[in-house]
Design a protein around this ligand. Structure first.
Ligand SMILES: [Zn+2]
Length: 282
């Protein structure tokens, strides 16, 4: 699941590689990928890519003539540039933007489900799109402390709440574990129960996103690989020692994600029940 650091580095690399490139044609092999019909994809023909940026976890490809492609990668989508065009038999292709120089900007999706989507919009309409207008403040760069405090002042557990894009934008299942571990906060703590010192720790914990991005800037070349070298320290490392205090990291498994934490530093020594007995099944 690409989150802020992964989408930001991909947007930067795509922008550097593609700005100025002219579109020859565009097509969507994914039958349910395009969520808009007007303007049609053919409206991109002959336009140049101006830049690629990011809103929350969504890449935005901007074309001259004030058209923008808003992309939602969902859990398994990737937006990448390739030197050669994809075979139309590639079942992972959802959207192909063929460039006049022979390259291709491709939205691919791994796995069997078709969930990733895109919208082609007049640039001026992007900010008002329902997926954009409902977003909370960007998690990186971190919002002012008071804005974060107000956003999370809700009687909800921190782990799901920080992943809720309407509360704060750009955090998902991987980085939420790192942020809460950095802040030494329980994933089961409720936002409205945090005192001001805990909110400050959470605010400082958001720095892991910027550090991850710095890491990617150092290790990733011109092309972003399918699988990023994510500098995670606790997420999915249950059973290993906490990098800070040495206590064995614990996890709770949910249907589609795993929550990893240090019981010594985050939950006051309490190990939360995990019906999957993760460590025995590992
Ligand atoms: Zn620890």
């Amino acid at each position: 699941m690409p989150e802020i650091p992964e989408v930001e580095i991909a947007a930067r690399r795509l922008s550097a590689a593609l700005s100025g490139a002219e579109v020859e044609s565009a097509l969507a092999p994914g039958m349910v990928t395009m969520k808009t019909v007007n303007p049609p994809l053919s409206a991109l023909e002959g336009r140049r890519i101006e830049r690629v940026r990011r809103i929350g976890k969504m890449p935005v490809v901007e074309f001259d003539g004030e058209l923008s492609l808003l992309v939602h990668l969902m859990s398994a989508g990737r937006l990448q540039a390739f030197d050669k065009r994809a075979s139309l038999r590639d079942k992972r292709s959802r959207l192909l933007i063929r460039l006049a120089d022979g390259r291709e900007l491709r939205l691919r999706e791994f796995g069997t489900k078709q969930r990733a989507w895109a919208k082609l919009l007049p640039a001026a309409d992007v900010a008002d799109d329902e997926m954009v207008v409902t977003l909370g403040p960007e998690a990186w760069p971190a919002p002012p402390l008071e804005e974060l405090a107000a956003a999370i002042d809700q009687p909800r557990h921190l782990h799901p709440m920080l992943r809720d894009q309407r509360v704060i934008a750009g955090i998902g299942r991987s980085w939420v574990d790192e942020i809460l571990w950095e802040a030494r906060l329980s994933p089961f703590h409720k936002g409205s129960d945090l005192d001001s010192e805990e909110v400050e720790r959470l605010h400082a914990g958001l720095d892991v996103l910027g550090r991850a991005l710095e890491h990617y800037e150092e290790v990733i070349g011109d092309t972003v690989p399918d699988k990023l070298p994510m500098p995670l320290r606790v997420h999915r490392r249950q059973g290993e020692p906490c990098p800070r205090c040495g206590t064995t990291l614990e996890a709770v498994h949910f249907a589609e994600h795993v929550m990893t934490y240090c019981p010594e530093e985050q939950t006051g020594g309490k190990v939360h029940k995990d019906r999957r007995l993760s460590r025995l099944l590992k």
